[in-house]
Design a protein around this ligand. Structure first.
Ligand code: HAS
Ligand code: CU
Length: 548
């Protein structure tokens, strides 16, 4: 089978996964806009029909559709493509790919029905003792299982490739996809355990009580590394595609491999940085997680260096000069598939700084549970990751449909407006957080809200939110017009960067995942098991609550 035939066979499920992820982006984005306006004292919720007129229903839809669905559908499609392209072969099991897709769709439907019917306003973190309808937990579990079946398919594909190429290094693209799946396989154990042994039996009436602190700990066991499950597909684009898209080469393939591999051990033993103020966990354990969080910053710092160096090389090959003037040589206004990624990186650099602030044990007490945290997360997953995926969609959709992108100019306008919208909104959110505004609160109805004092910050959030709404609509418009009305055939290929220096010899450990998984298991045992055991055996179990 040649590559074109391979794509044709697997294109439909990748294409539909992308379409569904865009629908989730639309649903989640709609509620996001209402939340942003609420921060400037404008309550548009009340124009919605009951029961959609409920803040926590909307906030749950926002977090669940964007955090668990837009992301997962996009990641499955993108990592499938990267695996296929990297190994130049079809997925090992077409049946498993179909099953993955079907399971994810059923899971999304099962989780969203109770959410929209006001049976599951438990937010994206579904902390017990808030109790949702069992279908909500079962649906989200099905989505997690779908990620596992997708990962297994990638592994089987690699295994059959390896049998034919026993002495060849795994190509970087598919190697990066495999490290992402390996990290996620370990990371998702926490939320899976919580779903299977706590939340599903408890919400179905089989268990009377649940341990809230255990539930929170298992959530954050997965909840921190899930952010790297979102990020690494963007990194795959920055490392293995972007250099080629700017006419350059990857600065160092060995460093790239080290970065992807480092995320396996360091992603998971860090989750307690979401629970610094929680009671009942020894300070020493929290401190260990804080230190390991600084370890997981390291691969991103390396990325800042490696990816920018690769981009600079491309700009200089295209005639860029000077210490900084080469930056102007980059196609900021002519190639949205590139500028979306570059703008995403700029946002990511700011979110990296706020992440380091969050991770600093003492400073976390100032920002925890304030609007600062949504400020941080929007620059990261909604800024860097989403912008990179939007940029990638401008070649992915043409590749998978065979139709030329509808409009380069509109797509360029789209990535810039998303960038400014997110920058403005996040600025306001950080500012509100500093002023002590709590997160997850319907401010228009909060008796203590000081809209006069927070006026400018709140207006930035609202204005940024409106700009994002317009930009999101523009994105969907460009994609829909490409799919439905574009008549010219697309001439796109998957961009694939070559290394700057041909790699002749490389330590074997940079082409193996198992040793890294082994280290991870040891680190998890040290950083998580004692506190999970202690919490499970000494903390109170309580009944479910429904506050809405
Ligand atoms: Fe975070 C909370 C710490 C990264 C997402 N984070 C969250 C939540 C989310 C989230 C969703 O320690 C809220 C969850 C909730 O609902 O409660 N985060 C970090 C740290 C990092 C980090 C240390 N976060 C992410 C990423 C996310 C994400 C990535 C999504 C994709 N985060 C925290 C902490 C909390 C937290 C605490 C809990 C706070 C609390 O109290 O609740 C690091 O991984 C960040 C490292 C990144 C860098 C940046 C490197 C820069 C690069 C770009 C270079 C390019 C440039 C421009 C400069 C060090 C690679 C180039 C321009 C050209 C012209 C070429
Ligand atoms: Cu985290």
């Amino acid at each position: 089978m040649n590559l074109a035939e391979i794509y044709r066979r697997d294109a439909w499920h990748m294409r539909w996964s992308l379409y569904i992820s865009f629908v989730m982006l639309a649903i989640g984005g709609f509620y996001g806009t209402l939340q942003a306006l609420d921060k400037m004292g404008v309550d548009l919720y009340r124009y919605l029909p009951d029961p959609l007129y409920r803040y926590y229903l909307g906030l749950t839809v926002h977090g669940v559709t964007l955090g668990w669905m837009f992301t997962v559908f996009f990641i499955i499609a993108f990592l499938n493509l990267v695996t296929i392209h990297g190994l130049r072969r079809p997925l090992a099991s077409p049946g498993l790919a179909k099953a993955t897709f079907g399971l994810a769709v059923l899971g999304a439907v099962a989780a969203l029905i109770p959410t929209f019917t006001n049976e599951a306003s438990v937010l994206w973190t579904f902390y017990a003792p808030l109790q949702a309808h069992p279908a909500f937990y079962i649906g989200l579990t099905a989505i997690v299982v779908a990620t596992w079946t997708a990962g297994i398919n990638a592994y089987l594909t690699w295994r059959s490739w390896k049998r034919e190429h026993p002495n060849v290094r795994t190509p970087l693209m598919s190697f990066a996809a495999l490290t992402t799946w390996a990290m996620w396989a370990l990371a998702s154990v926490g939320v899976a355990a919580s779903m299977l042994f706590q939340l599903i039996p408890w919400s179905s009436g089989l268990l009377a009580q649940v341990n809230p602190l255990l539930n929170r700990s298992l959530f954050w066991f997965t909840g921190h590394p899930v952010v790297y499950f979102w990020l690494l597909p963007a990194y795959i684009s920055w490392y293995t595609m972007l250099p080629a898209q700017v006419g350059g080469r990857l600065f160092s393939e060995s460093l790239a491999r080290l970065v992807f591999l480092a995320f396996i051990p360091f992603s998971i033993p860090t989750g307690l940085h979401h629970m610094f103020p929680d009671p009942g966990i020894p300070h020493s354990t929290k401190l260990l997680h804080a230190i390991l969080t600084f370890a997981v910053v390291f691969p991103s710092l390396v990325t800042a260096f490696t990816v920018v160096a690769s981009v600079e090389e491309g700009a200089r090959r295209n005639g860029g000069t000077g210490r900084f003037r080469w930056i102007l040589r980059l196609p900021w206004l002519t190639n949205p598939a590139v500028s979306g990624q570059l703008l995403g990186m700029v946002l990511f650099a700011t979110g990296g700084i706020t992440g380091i602030i969050n991770a600093s044990y003492g400073m976390n007490l100032v920002v925890h549970n304030t609007m600062w945290i949504p400020g941080h997360l929007h620059t990261q997953v909604a800024g860097a990751v989403t912008l990179t995926w939007m940029a990638a969609s401008f070649w992915l959709i043409p590749l998978l449909t065979g139709k030329k992108l509808w409009s380069v100019r509109l797509s360029t306008l789209q990535v810039w407006t998303w960038f400014f919208g997110m920058a403005i909104m996040a600025r306001g959110m950080h500012w509100m957080g500093m002023a002590g505004v709590p997160r997850r609160v319907h401010l228009t109805y909060a008796p203590y809200a000081l809209f006069d004092e927070w006026r400018l910050a709140g207006w930035l959030v609202g204005a940024g939110g409106v700009l994002l709404f317009l930009s999101g609509a523009l994105f969907l418009y460009v994609i829909a017009m490409t799919v439905w009305f574009s008549r010219s055939p697309a001439q796109v290929e998957v961009p694939e960067a070559k290394p700057l220096h041909p790699v002749e010899r490389m330590p074997l450990v940079l082409d193996r995942i198992t040793p890294w998984v082994t280290v991870t298991v040891v680190l998890i045992a040290i950083a998580w098991l004692p506190s999970i055991y202690r919490i499970a055996t000494t903390h109170p179990y309580v009944q479910g609550w429904r506050l809405w």
